[in-house]
Design a protein around this ligand. Sequence first.
Ligand code: ADP
Ligand code: ADP
Ligand code: MG
Length: 658
Amino acid sequence: MFDTLLIANRGEIACRVARTARLMGLRTVAVYSDADAAALHVASCDEAYPIGAASPRESYLRADRILNAATKLKAGAIHPGYGFLSENAEFAEGCAKAGIVFVGPPASAIRAMGGKSEAKALMVKAGVPVVPGYHGVVQDADVLAAEAAKIGYPVLIKASAGGGGKGMRVVRAAAEFAEELAGAQREAQSAFGDARVLIEKYLERPRHIEVQVFCDAHGNGVYLFERDCSLQRRHQKVIEEAPAPGMSEVRRKSMGEAALRAAQAVGYVGAGTVEFIADEGGEFYFMEMNTRLQVEHPVTEAITGLDLVEWQIRVARGEKLPLTQADLRIDGHAFEARLYAEDPSRDFLPSTGKLHRLSFPTAGARIDAGVREGDDVSIHYDPMIAKLIVHGRDRATALAKLASALDRVRIVGPANNVAFLARVARHPAFMAGEIDTGFIARHKNALVPAATVPDDTTMALAVLAMLRAREDAAIAAAPDSPWTRVPGWRLNGDAHDELAFKDGPAVRVHYRGRMGYILDLPGVSVAATATLSPDGKLVAMLDGHKVEADIVRRGLDIVVFRGAESATLTVIDALAAAEAQGGAGGKLIAPMPGKIVSVAVADGQKVTKGQKLIVLEAMKMEHTIVAPSDGTVMRVRFKPGEQTAEGEELVVFEAAAS
Ligand code: ADP
Ligand code: ADP
Ligand code: MG
């Protein structure tokens, strides 16, 4: 029996595990990299131990250092969280050898499910339906191409060792197969150190439905129902829900039992998830088993009222499962939205930087966060900022809560997906439960609107925020002076000012005393008054219409939040104007720090619009830089293998005269 738990992870999941461990009276130990010395997960544990440099390979993937920390600090058990070492069989064995309980399945079960190819072969034997495809050992390019043709296009190439959507490519025609295969193998090799792939029939409009299973070491097993994780971008989940919309009791039972068969076929113990892909007709096929706690486990907790981390720890202590299948019930409906530092308008490219503002609703939602205001989202780790979980008596109620909670999230710093998530939550098709893995791509125009100029109301709110801040400061500085109350005052004339913004027309402000103004906006003039509280809440009256917004000011930027939507207006000053000039011209710059994978063009080469120029690997994903227009590559500034910093010019490009 252990009384100390070491958590071999970081971010939200480390904080999440620590919370339950402490509730259970365990002493908690965090491990941290150099980049994480002041991280929230360190603050969430009783003790913490350093394990190396920022790069995961130097810290969170260093089984030796983590085991050493556990021994030193007398931790009787290790919880691996998800990602990192959670599905590493050698690590589980290392724990056993050191006399430490691994809070997870036996190494043999991890190994059996570790390779997607081997797992599929096993499932066929256990009578679990699998996606038609090739999961053999022969990895010859010609053989793979022949297998793809046999399966019939479109096909999906997957990394056998894969996870996190890495090394996954859809191929729609034989002519593209060789190139996509090479890309998938490269990505797989770099992410997992293993280039093996499998090929599957690519299902159109499928749903991702997974079953949470739990087994103890006494031969008992239950399924805690399903989660629908169809809402994905880049084959990665963004919103999950439980139960799955439209699931019948009969199908729930047959999927639940198939999932348990899958788990029992490998002698599973602990929490696990069996992922299925379901076609339009509702037929379901095994995709893979995640032999760990899943990111989206909170939706299952919400509908069952259980604490899955508590169950994991109890099973790890050798206890029997607390409940049987007959005891388990679904209560209402739950959603989880993953708040990511990523830019929906740039194909969800991860973003980094300091979280200048980070605040969450204080009621109506569960927030699992791994960072706090002032922390950095760095290039080293997953760009997830937090998870927001809601529960309601039915799907519509829960969805309304999701939208409302997202409206109250405030993030200023890295690009993020909060407004995008809120648009999904309010999309009529999503509200109707019409979901499949192609949802985001299909509704992209509604979910990721093209950048627009701020509307009159937003401009008015930004101007009012500036005016109030300035006048409130002036009044505070000289409370008795009559002059401070009449800014822009002119002798014999209309008292007015011009406020100019970088990406829009100027606004003329006429002062009307008693903190009132007439604002000449691009489209209309309005009579306005406003109050601004110290926490940034702006309440404005615009021609008698009350409008509220949250304002965050950062240097020359004014961020105006109305619900989940925000607009950033940049005040013009001389310095900013000079910068705008210097930054002009279609430069081909690195969108983030990374490594050059390949260069497809030579100096002096003429290229056409959209032609591939250079491939960059950043945050374990490949990004292709293409020609923005027809033109000439004057100079390629990097060679394959070289590192590049964010914002560095990759290719000197001259557009053809049009
Ligand atoms: P879930 O199915 O629970 O959503 P994901 O597949 O999204 O899990 O992965 C959870 C986290 O673990 C993500 O941060 C992902 O990048 C990371 N991850 C998943 N598999 C691996 C792996 N094999 N190696 C490293 N990180 C991984
Ligand atoms: P990972 O290890 O990255 O989680 P999975 O095998 O679980 O990889 O697949 C991730 C996602 O890719 C699925 O949730 C689904 O959206 C999509 N996907 C996987 N297999 C198929 C398939 N055969 N056809 C269509 N989409 C698929
Ligand atoms: Mg998966």
